[in-house]
Design a protein around this ligand. Sequence first.
Ligand code: GN1
Ligand code: MG
Length: 372
Amino acid sequence: MRPIEIEIGIWNLDFGIWNFSHLVIRMQVKEILREYSINEDGCRVEALTGGLINGTWKVSADKGEYILQRINTAVFKNPEAIAQNLELISEYLKRFPNYLFVGPIKNNSGNTLTVRDSRAYRIFPFINNTHTIDKVTTADEAYEAAAQFGQFTYMLKDFDAGKLEITIPDFHNLTLRYSQFLQATESGNIERIKQAAQSIKKLKQNSSIVEEYNAITKNQNFPKRVTHHDTKISNVLFDNHSKGVCVIDLDTVMPGYFFSDVGDMMRTYLSPSTEEETDFSKITIRPEVYEAIVNGYRDRMRQILTQQENQKFFYSGTFMIYMQALRFITDFLNNDVYYGAKYPDHNFNRAGNQVALLERLIEQKGILTQRR
Ligand code: GN1
Ligand code: MG
């Protein structure tokens, strides 16, 4: 996670440099910190980038360092459900005393969630001697991350996934995402539908990915497991020796399929470029990273992965990239209501990027699956 701006140097800093929303957040953050008896005087609050959905800050106070997060309640409509899931998981994982579970801290009223004016906040301890990274630069990093996500699901293999609240219904339901996409191509912004014609066509041409999803999710050899659903590299804590320590950001932990987690790693680790890259010639697939994801995940999940799951590693990548392309283009056609846009064609470009990534991956199928 990279600091984008120093939100609050010292609390009394000149107010003139803040726009209105900064100010509102700043006042609210101050109130929230008080709920945790964190002295805000001389406190440094630094915004961290990375996520598209929640707001995240690093807080450095007298008492120590923390991660403060504001949950986007337009997306997570029931933040209490997240808090409840985290408590259940944290309780269960106590049977693995060597595993570091980073859960939210309780506020002065004993709750892990602090709600102010319909905004929900929570605070995590900042774990010393750990760090996160923004991009995968080596296969070892991909291996470590895949091992951590695999380990997380493995440790929870006997936990009753049915106890978890569904924090985002149908989050990785490809059938639904595809029908929302088709709907947007009918009733979305007409200009944008024309502009996106090429990507729309390519996505429709690849709809066999949806058919495969429909088939495998009906098959009992693809059990629902406790999966993370957001396996980007910045959701892994690394130690000073670049070894994975644990996974973080458990808001979308829900019953799900192994291919969601493996697939999102492929989607976000395989190319040296990110989903924000607009020069699509920079989108390439790194076979050694592919191999590291498969090995890292399998090393921890080997005992429970079914034979059928084992055959769907490559599919996982196509599944997640395809779904993300659908989500970006659907949002573009619907005038950026979900992801927002920092510039007019932002979601158009993100969708194009994911379509190109999908094409690169499919081209390499022979090479990648031969290695495995
Ligand atoms: C969102 O906020 P962030 O970056 O963790 C999204 C993911 C997408 C991702 C694309 C709740 O995640 O599903 O893959 O953007 N999360 C939600 O960058 O929609
Ligand atoms: Mg997230």
